[in-house]
Design a protein around this ligand. Structure first.
Ligand SMILES: N[C@@H](CCC(=O)N[C@@H](CS)C(=O)NCC(=O)O)C(=O)O
Length: 216
């Protein structure tokens, strides 16, 4: 089985989602680590025209966009299915993946995670408290919505682990390392779900570097 090559900066929640999907399937993978400036460089722009991460290469096939990548991994590698066969559970999974891409990452994690973790760690910036305060209501809305969707289920799409857990897990693990995320998750069913995700071998095998696991 040929190896999946994942291009990105280790610790990025989208990159980690791909690593987790590959781990859950037992697929061979390796990271081709990029330096921060490299994502907008000529080489990487050939892989990803928007200069974002992750991008992957498998068997001569190049692909970007995390949803497309994790669905591809689920289809081509053996191992437990990561997409439910049941129509309602599959729709729930798709809904959660949409929430992840449209609201959780861009409006909450990208702002608070950058201001509290990535910016101080990589660029030496001082946290902009006003930016964090402005993003906090959206973080709260996302966490409330996802907590409501989870309800009393074991996983976000219902009874079985799916790509919804694969994508949201790394985002909330990252946000949970900030005071805003930690406070909002505390005492919720979603917080307990996150602890269960953190205990999975796929999450333990793909831990971000220590500097991305702690707010400044
Ligand atoms: N829609 C893209 C989003 C990927 C994304 O925004 N990745 C972030 C890192 S978590 C990134 O590349 N940031 C670097 C940048 O914006 O320059 C996907 O699903 O793969």
């Amino acid at each position: 089985m040929s190896e999946l090559v994942i291009y990105g900066i280790p610790g990025s929640p989208f990159v980690r989602a791909v690593q987790i999907a590959a781990e859950e399937k037992g697929a061979p993978w390796r990271i081709h680590a990029l330096q921060p400036g490299e994502t907008k460089g000529e080489e990487h722009l050939k892989r990803h025209p928007w200069g974002r991460m992750p991008a992957v290469e498998h068997d001569g096939f190049g692909l970007y966009e995390t949803q497309a990548i994790v669905r591809y991994i689920d289809q081509v590698f053996p191992g437990p299915a990561l997409q439910p066969a049941d129509a309602k559970a599959a729709a729930r999974m798709n809904q959660v993946m949409g929430i992840n891409d449209w609201y959780l990452f861009p409006k909450a994690v990208a702002v608070i995670g950058f201001q509290r973790i990535v910016g101080p760690a990589l660029m030496g910036i001082t946290t902009d408290e006003a930016a964090c305060a402005a993003a906090a209501p959206e973080a709260e809305r996302c966490i409330k919505a996802l907590d409501g969707i989870l309800g009393s289920n074991a996983f976000l799409a219902g009874a079985s682990f799916s790509l919804a857990d694969v994508m949201v897990g790394p985002q909330l693990d990252f946000l949970g390392a900030t005071p805003e995320g930690e406070g909002l998750l505390k005492g919720t069913g979603l917080g307990a779900w996150l602890e269960r995700m953190r205990a999975r071998p796929s999450f333990e095998a793909t831990l971000p570097p220590p500097m991305f696991r702690k707010a400044a």
